[in-house]
Design a protein around this ligand. Structure first.
Ligand code: GLU
Length: 307
């Protein structure tokens, strides 16, 4: 498919999703997220070949929330290697992003790194391994694509911390099973910080392009992950990126991806492109209604997915 055809499809389907798909509501369990204008809608697609296409609110920053779980996991994976799988599994959870029930039954080992429990274990690993965790993580994500202005949002961090009861419970439960090494309060502070990263669709799609390019940043040719690690992270996004809606996202869209309760979605077509969407209205599973609607229409119209 030519670049101009892909661009036309992005524009046409953006207009369609914008008009016909206005259900869902903005996340309000984190007070600061409830302040975001629900009608925001942006898309940015970057091709490995160098083309990129943008539409709508694609340069406006938003809270990427759980999308950062892919980045924190990527860094922990490079630091710990395959030993990481002794502390986190690789199966879809089939439960909500912040569910406690499996952690009790499965004795403190989270099903995968992309549910809250898994990302809290990843935060614990990074705290143990990095000399200056906050700065080192920021430098890691900035270095992927020379996006030097990426940053945490202290306002979002504080807002989530003030009401983080379920995450506090998850961290303490895992500590009781011996799967958290550091003090729970320090782990949670770092976890909330990781969730607070802000980016635009343009930055998000640029940043994640290495996952469509066998782990190498097409921008500065840096190797971020090995080919095998990249395969595994894409596989985990395919099977676990949308909580208990992961099967439905695979069924409808057919791309590895990850969502966040800020309304963002990143999706990857290996060897071709990364695409970021942002629309804050969420369905009951915590995933962006408009984002999923657009991506389903997009892979159908472009007749291109991993299947
Ligand atoms: N910071 C959010 C939480 O821990 C992340 C959830 C999400 O984006 O899915 O609840």
């Amino acid at each position: 498919m030519t670049g101009s055809t892909l661009e036309n499809i992005v524009h046409q389907l953006y207009a369609q999703s914008n008009t016909h798909c206005n259900s869902g509501s903005v996340a309000n369990y984190i007070p600061q997220l409830a302040e975001v204008a629900p009608e925001k809608f942006g898309i940015h697609l970057c091709e490995v070949s160098g083309n990129s296409y943008s539409v709508g609110d694609s340069t406006e920053k938003f809270s990427i929330q759980s999308i950062s779980k892919v980045l924190s996991f990527a860094l922990a994976y490079t630091l710990v290697g395959e030993a990481i799988w002794t502390r986190i599994g690789v199966e879809p959870s089939g439960t909500a992003f912040n569910s406690l029930i499996q952690i009790e039954i499965e004795r403190g080992i989270p099903r995968n790194p992309f549910i809250n429990a898994g990302a809290i274990v990843v935060a614990d690993i990074l705290l143990s391994k990095l000399p200056q965790p906050q700065e080192d993580f920021l430098n890691f994500i900035r270095g992927i694509n020379n996006l030097d202005h990426l940053d945490y949002s202290p306002v979002i961090t504080a807002s989530e911390k003030a009401v983080g009861y379920r995450n506090i419970a998850l961290c303490n439960l895992m500590k009781s099973f011996g799967n958290i090494d550091n003090e729970p309060e320090a782990v949670l502070d770092f976890y909330f910080l990781l969730c607070s990263i802000e980016m635009s669709c343009q930055e998000l799609s640029q940043l994640f392009l290495f996952l469509a390019n066998n782990g190498i940043s097409p921008h500065n040719h840096k190797t971020i992950l090995s080919k095998s690690q990249t395969k595994r992270i894409n596989a985990l996004m395919q099977t676990c990126g949308f909580y208990d809606e992961s099967g439905e996202f695979a069924f409808k869209v057919g791309l590895p991806g990850k969502s966040g309760v800020g309304g963002g979605i990143i999706a990857i077509l290996p060897n071709q492109y990364s695409i970021a969407t942002w629309s804050p209205r969420l369905n009951s599973k915590g995933n962006s209604v408009k984002g999923i609607h657009f991506l389903e229409a997009f892979t159908s119209a472009s007749e291109n997915s991993i299947f």
